[in-house]
Each structure stands twice: as structure tokens, then as C-alpha cells.
Design a protein around this ligand. Sequence first.
Ligand code: AMP
Length: 198
Amino acid sequence: MAAAPGDESRIGRYKVVLLGPPGAGKGTQAQVLCEHLNVPAISTGDMLREAVAEGSQLGRRVQEIMASGALVDDATMAEVVRERLARPDARQGFLLDGYPRTLPQARTLEGILDGMSEELDAVLLVEVPEAELVRRTLLRGRADDTENVVRERLRVYREKTEPLIGYYKERGLLRAIDGDRPIEEVTARMLVDLGVSR
Ligand code: AMP
């Protein structure tokens, strides 16, 4: 059952990472969860797409990389995330969707949080079978969602991002969630795992 909105909207200060392959529903969950947790949902993919749409220097630099399904380099992403987490709204906590995606990025995030005397509360791993991932991403139909690009993004996920599962498991932060369930059920499960609802 979905948790009723109410007291939990005042809790805030949750610092959470959503981890999982492209198409697992991280973005959808981030939109709902951020309301419950009262923290900003920060999607690095959305930030980069905005930069591309604006035609900013960053946008021009990352456009082709994104279109190919590859990852933007760690140094560029460190700058983007450092700047975003320094904004006042992130003081209340945050829900990171799409960052970190590599081990160096995970260490960068740890460093940024250390500098703020903060640490992550949890990493929610959203698990969905591969066939379903491809189906969902193609349905979404964004410009960077053609079948070849979808497959490439999955390959990159397995190679670069999956190692983060072990990294966060070792730190006792990982919570695995079955993402192959109705949206409301997945949200409810996440809220239980975060200790927001029972
Ligand atoms: P997303 O919407 O999270 O799937 O991100 C879309 C694209 O933006 C990715 O395929 C990457 O090219 C780029 N991107 C977003 N976040 C990151 C990140 N943390 N590291 C590297 N590239 C990223």
C-alpha cells in the first residue's frame, strides 16, 4: 500500500542515491519520492539535456557523447554535481538520479559530502530484467533512446556503473528494490527501506 503523504513531508534531510540501469524507472520514482522526502530530485541527465537545449558551452561539449550512449567524463560531471550540491536547496538533503555512475564519481561524491560534514543515508538499487528495460526505454522514445543507443547504454551500465553495487554494499548503504512492479508499489517499498513509512 502506498504511504499516505503527511508527517513524512516534513522530515527532509535525506541524502539518497538512486542506482539502476537506464529504463529501471529511477526518474519516475525520483519525482514521487522527492515529494515524500521533501528534498530536491537531482537528475544529472536532465541537467545535461537542459544544457544541450540551451546550447551552453557544457551542452555543446556533451551533446555528441550523450547521443552515442557513452558517459560524459568524470571531471565534467564532478563540476556539474559539485555546483548543484552547493545550492541552498540541497542543504535539506537530495535525491540523486543518474549520479554517481562510475567508481571515481562515487569517490568524488563522498569527497563533496565529507567537505560538508555529510554522508549518504542510502543507495536504492532498482532492479529490472533486461528485456523489460529495453521495452520501457524504447516506449519512452526520447531523442537518445534508439535501440542501438539503448543497448550501448546498458552495456556501459554493466561495465562502469554495476561495480558501484559492491562499493555501496561494503559501506552498508545498499537497498535492493524490485523495480519490475507497479510504480506505487516500488515507491512504497522505497519509503519502507528509507524508514519513512512502515
Ligand atoms: P540519464 O538521463 O541519467 O540516463 O542520462 C542521459 C545521458 O547523460 C547518459 O547516457 C550520459 O551520456 C549522460 N550522463 C548523465 N549522468 C551522467 C553521469 N553521472 N556520468 C556520465 N554521464 C552522465
